[in-house]
Design a protein around this ligand. Structure first.
Ligand code: 13P
Ligand code: SF4
Length: 314
């Protein structure tokens, strides 16, 4: 874009001209959330992708979210500002490994978190998000044998609240697994009135300290409705943008990650993948209608079934 371009105004203009809609996850940069047509958690984004009548969907999130858009809207052009925006959790479960695991466990149904590739979804019976996982797992008969993947923390939590013993895939998110238990305790001590909010991908000990455990949308709803004024937030820090925007009179304290002794680990609690979505890349994506996200039609035909099952159950 030429120097001095008002990216935000140009992006909105192109959306009008090209019948494009911008969907953004709560973890993206504040300016991306501000220019988007719709912001949400992964469940709301999937719903929106299924119902929009736009010609183009620009998914500002991570790659699996763009794939979900394409699977649900195969006739639309789906763009992602940066194809390198992946997800460590989705990467922790390869389709070939899941196929092998299924073969080793005949008679099991597969419940997969939405943070998975299209190829993994194609091997799945029902998809869940952190917003509907309990409800969907509850919909299976009590004696149904289930594999849950790839997030071991979410899986263990759902096992504990449903009394099931689903077989858990050993995957995790590099951002959520690093939230420090000690830091939550310290923040609680220095802010005794604050409520602790934790995303379901956090480790068990962090979830055990939380007052509210849920998806990004569940946490947001809670802070909007709550009479409390201070919140300790254990999820990707991008969510603070919408929390502060919708509740300007409340205080939000992000939980820092654990830094192991001697490590060079960064001290930020941000998802580098989500932050790959920048205004300039979004502008270029709309201008050149590129990069396009495609899903192999055969994979998509299988992957759409467990996603639609999820949408009808939630
Ligand atoms: P939500 O379903 O809460 O939006 O979470 C998506 C995600 O990637 C969490 O790390
Ligand atoms: Fe994936 Fe974790 Fe980033 Fe969410 S925060 S998109 S689970 S890497």
């Amino acid at each position: 874009a030429p120097a001095g371009t008002d990216l935000s105004a140009e992006i909105r203009k192109m959306c009008e001209q090209k019948k494009a809609v911008i969907l953004a996850h709560y973890y993206t940069r504040g300016e991306i959330q501000d220019v988007a047509d719709f912001i949400g958690d992964s469940l709301a984004l999937a719903r929106k992708a299924a119902e929009t009548d736009a010609r183009i969907i620009v998914m500002c999130g991570v790659h699996f979210m763009a794939e979900t858009c394409k699977i649900l809207s195969p006739d639309k052009k789906v763009l992602a500002p940066d194809l390198n925006a992946g997800c460590s959790l989705a990467d922790s479960c390869r389709a070939d490994d899941l196929r092998k695991f299924k073969d080793e466990h005949p008679g099991y149904k597969v419940v997969s978190y939405v943070n998975t590739t299209a190829a993994v979804k194609a091997l799945t019976d029902v998809v869940v998000t952190s917003g509907n996982a309990k409800k969907i797992v509850d919909s299976f008969p009590k004696d149904e044998k289930l594999i849950f993947g790839p997030d071991r923390n979410l899986g263990a939590y759902i096992n504990s609240v449903t009394g099931r013993q689903m077989l858990l895939w050993e995957g995790g998110c590099h951002v959520h697994e690093r939230f420090s238990v000690a830091e939550v305790v310290k923040l609680r001590q220095s802010h005794p009135g604050a409520k602790v909010l934790a995303h379901l991908e956090c480790k068990g000990p962090v979830l055990a300290l939380a007052d509210v455990v849920g998806s990004t949308a569940v946490m947001l709803e809670y802070v909007k409705k709550s009479a409390d004024k201070e919140f300790i937030v254990a999820t990707e820090a991008g969510i603070l943008h919408e929390m502060k925007r919708s509740c300007p009179d409340k205080t939000f304290l992000p939980v820092p990650p654990e830094i192991s002794e001697g490590s060079l680990g960064c001290s930020c609690n941000e998802c580098d993948y989500m932050k790959m979505n920048t205004m300039l890349k979004l502008y270029n994506a709309l201008k050149y209608e590129w990069p396009v996200v495609d899903v192999d039609p055969e994979v998509a035909r299988e992957a759409v079934k467990p996603i639609e099952r999820m949408l009808s159950l939630s």
